[in-house]
Design a protein around this ligand. Structure first.
Ligand SMILES: [Zn+2]
Length: 219
């Protein structure tokens, strides 16, 4: 059998892909697919026939379509909040009424992000709820970032959503319990990881534990 289809990928869960990784015998394929939470583990490998794969691609594609629809519906429902222009007390922290007015306009403006049109306020709030935190790049500019596979991923930069929006994010993180950034827990010492962390096989480790565990052959 030819290995022509090795490397063929399809979206299995939003943002996570299944992939044909090799040729098995009797016309079957080795497939790597993520678990329901997006992680890959020892159960992520399976052997599938071409018919199975076709069926799986169909099911996954339909599921993704469905979840995108649900998300859109949720975005529409969130729109109810858009009318009241509530910025969770942020405007009270600004001293000039002209500044307040400007900030309100900037934050309530609808822009497109990840294919959805939403107010800057709701984009920021959704990113924070989704595990992002305000970080600084090497030029000292702000962005909302997230740890993805051990690297800091820039989800949205101030140049895309304005500095005002990022300042609002900062305000929420500092003042609103709903949006406080919760550091991940180290898998090994169970402490919250304040800064440097290593993500290995989708698990978070503090720097020390990671090197220690590597040295002891635990990982
Ligand atoms: Zn640790």
């Amino acid at each position: 059998m030819s290995d022509y289809f090795v490397g063929f990928k399809w979206e299995a869960i939003e943002g996570f892909f299944s992939e044909i990784t090799g040729v098995y015998k009797d016309g079957d394929w080795l497939v790597r697919c993520p678990c329901a939470n997006g992680e890959y583990n020892e159960n992520s490998r399976s052997v599938m026939s071409s018919t199975d794969i076709k069926q799986q691609v169909y099911v996954d594609t339909e599921n993704i379509k469905y979840f995108k629809k649900v998300k859109e519906q949720e975005a529409i429902e969130r729109g109810i909040r858009e009318e009241n222009e509530d910025l969770r007390g942020y405007l009270d922290t600004l001293n000039h009424h002209l500044t307040k007015g400007k900030v309100r306009v900037v934050m309530m403006k609808k822009v497109r992000f990840m294919g959805l049109v939403n107010t800057r306020r709701d984009i920021v709030e959704n990113c924070l709820k989704d595990g992002c935190t305000v970080m600084l790049d090497c030029d000292g500019e702000m962005f909302l970032g997230k740890y993805i596979d051990g690297n800091i991923g820039i989800i949205i930069h101030q140049s895309e959503i304005t500095k005002t929006a990022l300042k609002y994010a900062e305000y929420l993180e500092e003042n609103n319990d709903l949006f406080k950034y919760v550091f991940p827990v180290c898998e090994r010492c169970k402490n919250r990881i304040p800064a440097n962390m290593v993500i290995y096989k989708s698990k978070s480790y503090c720097d020390d534990c990671y090197s220690e565990a590597k040295k002891n052959g635990e990982l």
